[in-house]
Design a protein around this ligand. Structure first.
Ligand SMILES: [Zn+2]
Length: 280
């Protein structure tokens, strides 16, 4: 998918530092990436009792190996063609990126409610490109967890401090909520957010101005939501379209949600890609 070799080398170096860090912090255990074969094709029949005695048992359903084995094999992602952005004026608000390239984007929001421990390993092993829109207090409280996903290739973006609706609020209030989170996330993760998602998707023209003044290049809504392993289409096509943005949350079923999103993207003939490669 879209994780570049350079990014993976950097990730591997950072991973070593993090492994030491997480060992000290008694946080969730994060295993180094295992060398794995390509995920088995669904068309390969299950081993039968008469098969060679060296056949290994299939992974137990629900295990990390099982999730990795269920990930479809995607076509190679095309070289990203970033969408054109105006140099001046309001920044765009998108439910779906204006691209014809055969890609869709996975985004994960919030961070305070639940953080399934295998997510970073899953993202790393299956090369899943993800963008995390985090509330800064949750990011601060669980920074090791989100840094592990960052090392696995995930990118942190901002989703305000307090997760209140911004629509109708003053410029100063909105700017404080957006810039305050951006500043804190930059201090925690070493990267300044360039994308913004307003809580509940609720916004007004002031939101676009405040987000731009805090460094955002675009404000993101979504085209599908994924919850408890089910994709819910918000658009009439009922199939993932090129440029679609899939929304899920840091909730207990996030592993299932990631898998459901990947399968829906694959069914549509698309490949997952990273938002930040398309909005530069
Ligand atoms: Zn949210």
């Amino acid at each position: 998918m879209s994780v570049t070799p350079a990014r993976r080398i950097l990730a591997a170096a950072t991973l070593l530092a993090l492994l030491a860090l997480s060992a000290c912090a008694a946080g969730p255990v994060f295993h180094a990436r295992q060398i794995t074969a390509a995920p088995p094709s669904p068309s390969v029949p299950a081993p039968t009792p008469s098969a060679a005695p060296t056949t290994t048992a299939p992974p137990a359903p629900g295990s990390l190996d099982w999730y990795v084995s269920q990930v479809p094999t995607f076509a190679e992602a095309p070289p990203p063609q970033p969408v054109p952005l105006a140099a001046t004026g309001p920044i765009p608000f998108w439910h779906r990126l204006p691209t014809d390239q055969k890609v869709a984007f996975i985004t994960i929001d919030d961070g305070g409610l639940a953080r399934p421990p295998a997510v970073a390993d899953f993202i790393w092993r299956a090369h899943i490109p993800v963008t995390m829109f985090l509330n800064s207090p949750a990011a601060e409280e669980h920074d090791v967890y989100f840094r592990q996903i960052q090392v696995a290739g995930g990118v942190v973006e901002s989703h305000t401090i307090r997760h209140t609706s911004l629509a109708g609020r003053s410029y100063d209030y909105q700017k404080q909520e957006i810039c305050g989170a951006v500043d804190r996330l930059e201090a925690l993760f070493g990267k300044r957010a360039t994308l913004f998602r307003p809580p509940f998707g609720e916004y007004d023209s002031t939101t676009l101005t405040a987000a731009r003044d805090c460094g955002a290049k675009a404000v993101l809504h979504w085209s599908e939501t994924v919850h408890e392993g089910k994709v819910r289409y918000q658009t009439p096509e009922k199939v993932v379209q090129p440029g679609d943005v899939l929304l899920m949350h840091f909730r207990p079923a996030l592993m299932d949600d990631l898998l459901a999103a990947l399968q829906a993207i694959h069914r549509a003939g698309l490949t997952p890609a990273l938002l930040e490669d398309y909005i530069r």
